[in-house]
Each structure stands twice: as structure tokens, then as C-alpha cells.
Design a protein around this ligand. Structure first.
Ligand SMILES: C[C@@H]1N[C@@H](c2cn(-c3ccccc3)nn2)[C@H](O)[C@@H]1O
Length: 446
């Protein structure tokens, strides 16, 4: 009983090609939100706004021509793409998503379709180009964040209510096509486009265009992945089309939130990527991080593991300072996560949903027949309860980053007690379970 769609999902089920497998195996990424908004850092005319700093133009109701004057101050003297790439490698991220253009309309690359670019600032240099090269040189994939909504463009429309709107927005969509073609051809090693700013009625009424963009980019960059947030179908349905099929290559709805490990297991049926901020809701640089709760490295780590345990990716956000360096809290975060990933990263990279029942002590991830236990909450009982699916048994258990055997005791059919390591690791730790499919004669609980 599916309805016919011209601009719905053009694929059912997960992509199975190598480029998508690399996207999936990467699992851990970093977001870079960098633009003119970093200069005021949440403060305008002496007033500090506690909303998201990259939305300051909106909170302070700044007219676009006044806002774009910030370009005269764009001169990040401490910007060093190679230092950024080194920091990303040390954190253990396998890819970085960069804001090529955020809602404000300022481009980090020398676009020839607008004057609002790095070229027309005191800094002049192609920041995006330097970052793509530096990250790629470190073996890190580069993904492009691109905001369709563009507050700087006179032809942008929030809705289409007149012939004039239609003509203006048609010019705007052509401008956007040109910028996207520019990005795809100037930086051919790009691996993904992550679209934002696509919630307005104007876009929902032009679902055809979103389907055209996906096709255009996949023609220009073979293997490139496209997020579901770009897409609207014939009826303006977003992410999932009117027949309930996911559009794009992965779901991109989990922004600052995660699916529940028990109630939302449906997400394990498709690819998805979550993204998160370290403060409660700051993507761009905000000068005052005391205005909301700032997550500790352990709280960031738990969200990373939570996402991977449900077959998703996690992208942790960084909002560089206007001078091009990172704030100390973000440098410490990258260092701390990186230390953990160096010891235990095998439970993240190339891992997926295990299909096993969530337990209180933490999360499972799986790689082939190996199931990892990532323990965040050690129990007073000193053993970790594990329930395996019917037909699966645990052959052995070893600590990751220690290689020590861990005692397992079968307590009932498909139930085990896995002992805690004798010395408390003092940090979330990982036990690798080697499993095999039960053969009937060994099933002594018949
Ligand atoms: C990835 C994140 N997405 C942008 C965003 C969008 N929105 C938003 C706010 C109100 C309605 C619809 C969407 N809030 N934040 C943020 O600015 C950041 O880029």
C-alpha cells in the first residue's frame, strides 16, 4: 500500500559499498563550527546571550549587512591547520565535519558566488582548503557541513507565498547548486555532505530540489555520503519519506540527544550519526561556558559508546576561538578521549550493535563474533551479568589493553557472571568476549 513518490528514498536498506562501510567503521568524528560568530562569542552591544553562539545574529536581531561587517575582523593569526589535524589524530577521531558555510552565509572557502568569503577578509587564505589537506594528510576523512538556509542572501525565503518568492527562491537554489558544485570540485577528497538549515517551508515545498542535490553530489563525488536532513519528499516529509523509508544514506536527527538503548532499538535497522555539544547547547565559540553545564570527558565518552552500541556514529563538537586556536577545555577533552581511545578504541572502530540485551553496567559493541563489554558502572556484586541470545555461548573473556583472562561462570541458560578485573582500572574499561554458536549436544540445560 505504498504511495508513488518521485522524490522519496531512492534506496531501501543500508548502503553496502566500501565508502559507506568506511563511514560506518570510522564511528567517531569531530565537528568544527567556525565562522564570524566566533568573533563576538555570544556577546553583542555589551549583552551576553546564553543561546547558541552561532545564532547570536538571530538572538540580538542584527541586520545582515551589520553582521557581515565582522568580516573586517576575521584574522585568525593563531590558525594552524596542521596543529588542528594533529589534535584530531590525538583524539582518535577518524573524520572531521567542517562548517563550510553556516546560517550566517560566511564561507570558509573562496566561493566565487558571493562576496561573503575568507577572500574578502584581512586573512584572505582558503581555510577550508588548508584544513582538507591537513586532515587528509593525517589520514582523517573530511566531511562538509553546509547550511542551505543563508541569512546573508537576499533571495533566501522561509516560505513561498508569491510569484516573487518563487522567482527569488529559484535564484537562491541555483546559487546553492553553484556553491555545492564548487565545494565538490575544489575539494574532491570530501567524503560526506551534512546538510543543515533545511527545515523551512520553502525547502519542504521543493523536495524535488533536495533529491536533485543528492544525485548531483553523488555524480560529482563517487561514494560520497549524504545525510537524511537534506531530504524532503514530494509531500514535504523530511528524513523518512511518506512511505517511511529513510532518505539519504544515514539518519541525522540525533542532535544533542540519543536513542534509548532499550526502547529505540528500531534505529539499529538503519545507519545513523549523532552529534553533540560539550556545553548544553553551544556549537560556535561562546566566551562564557559557565552559563550551562559542560560535560566531562567521561560524559562525552559515554555518549560515544552509547551511539556505537546502537549501530551509530558520534560526532563531538568543537568551536574554535576567533584567533584560530582552541579553548583549553576542548584541548583537554581531545587529549582525554584520545588517551582512552588509544587503550580501548578497538571496541569503537569498526564496531556495531551486538543485538544483546542492555545491562546496567554499561554497553555492548560487536565486531564480527567478538562482543565487547564497555563497563561504566561497576556493580557491588563484583560480577557483571551477561545474557546471551539463545544459541550463543561465551567461549572466553579477556580484558582489552591488558589481555588478562577474566573468569566467567555460567549461572543459567544463556546467563553468565563475568568477574570484574581484580584491580579496579579506575576508568571505564573493556572486556572482550569471544563467542560461538551453541551446538545442541553441548546444551546441558535441555
Ligand atoms: C548542528 C547544529 N544545527 C544548528 C541548529 C539548528 N537549530 C534549530 C533551531 C530551531 C529550529 C530548528 C533548528 N538549532 N541549532 C546549530 O546551529 C548547529 O549547526
Amino acid at each position: 500500500q505504498e504511495i508513488p513518490l518521485k522524490y522519496g528514498a531512492d534506496r531501501l536498506g543500508k548502503r553496502s559499498d566500501a565508502a559507506m562501510q568506511k563511514f560506518r567503521d570510522n564511528r567517531l568524528g569531530a565537528f568544527i563550527h567556525w565562522g564570524l560568530y566566533a568573533i563576538p562569542g555570544g556577546e553583542w552591544n555589551g549583552k551576553v546571550y546564553n543561546g547558541a553562539a552561532e545564532w547570536l545574529k538571530s538572538w540580538a536581531k542584527v541586520p545582515s549587512d551589520e553582521w557581515m561587517k565582522l568580516m573586517d575582523q576575521w584574522n585568525p593569526q593563531n590558525f594552524d591547520a596542521r596543529a588542528w589535524a594533529k589534535m584530531a589524530r590525538q583524539m582518535g577521531v577518524k573524520y572531521v565535519k567542517i562548517t563550510t558555510k553556516h546560517h550566517e552565509g560566511f564561507c570558509l572557502w573562496p566561493s566565487k558566488y558571493t562576496k561573503y568569503t575568507v577572500t574578502n577578509t584581512p586573512y584572505k587564505r582558503d581555510i577550508l582548503g588548508e584544513l582538507v589537506k591537513a586532515y587528509n594528510d593525517e589520514g582523517i576523512d573530511v566531511h562538509f557541513y553546509f547550511s542551505v538556509m543563508d541569512w546573508s542572501h537576499p533571495d533566501y525565503r522561509y516560505d513561498i507565498k508569491s510569484k516573487e518568492d518563487e522567482e527569488a527562491f529559484s535564484r537562491f537554489l541555483e546559487f546553492t547548486d553553484n556553491q555545492l558544485k564548487e565545494l565538490a570540485t575544489r575539494y574532491p577528497t570530501v567524503k560526506d555532505f551534512w546538510f543543515d538549515g533545511t527545515w523551512d517551508a520553502s525547502i519542504k515545498k521543493n523536495g524535488w530540489w533536495t533529491a536533485h542535490v543528492e544525485k548531483m553530489l553523488k555524480d560529482l563525488v563517487p561514494g560520497v555520503t549524504i545525510n537524511s536532513r537534506l531530504r524532503a519528499d514530494d509531500y514535504g516529509k523530511r528524513h523518512f519519506d511518506s512511505n517511511g523509508h529513510l532518505m539519504g544514506d544515514y539518519e541525522s536527527g540525533y542532535e544533542r540527544r540519543l536513542p534509548d538503548p532499550v526502547k529505540d532499538l528500531k534505529v539499529t535497522r538503519w545507519d545513523w550519526e549523532a552529534c553533540m555539544t560539550v556545553p548544553e547547547n553551544q556549537w560556535g565559540y561562546h566566551k562564557d561556558w559557565t552559563l550551562s553545564y559542560v560535560k566531562t570527558p567521561l560524559e562525552v565518552l559515554e555518549r560515544i559508546v552509547h551511539a556505537v552500541s546502537m549501530g551509530g556514529n558520534m560526532v563531538v563538537n568543537f568551536g574554535p576561538q576567533p584567533d584560530g586556536d582552541f579553548r583549553p577545555e576542548e584541548k583537554q577533552l581531545a587529549e582525554s578521549i584520545g588517551r582512552w581511545m588509544k587503550k580501548y578504541g578497538e571496541c569503537i572502530y569498526g564496531c556495531d550493535y551486538s543485538g544483546w540485551e542492555k545491562q546496567a553496567w554499561g554497553y555492548y559493541t560487536r565486531k564480527g563474533k567478538d562482543v565487547y563489554m564497555v563497563v561504566f558502572n561497576p556493580p557491588y556484586s563484583k560480577h557483571l551479568v551477561v545474557k546471551t541470545p539463545v544459541g550463543t555461548e561465551i567461549v572466553k573473556a579477556v580484558t582489552v589493553n591488558g589481555g588478562k583472562d577474566v573468569k566467567i561462570t555460567e549461572t543459567a541458560r544463556n546467563e553468565y557472571n563475568v568477574d570484574m578485573p581484580d584491580k579496579d582500572p579506575g576508568e571505564p574499561f573493556v572486556i572482550k568476549l569471544e563467542t560461538k554458536e551453541k551446538t545442541s549436544e553441548t546444551d546441558k540445560y535441555r
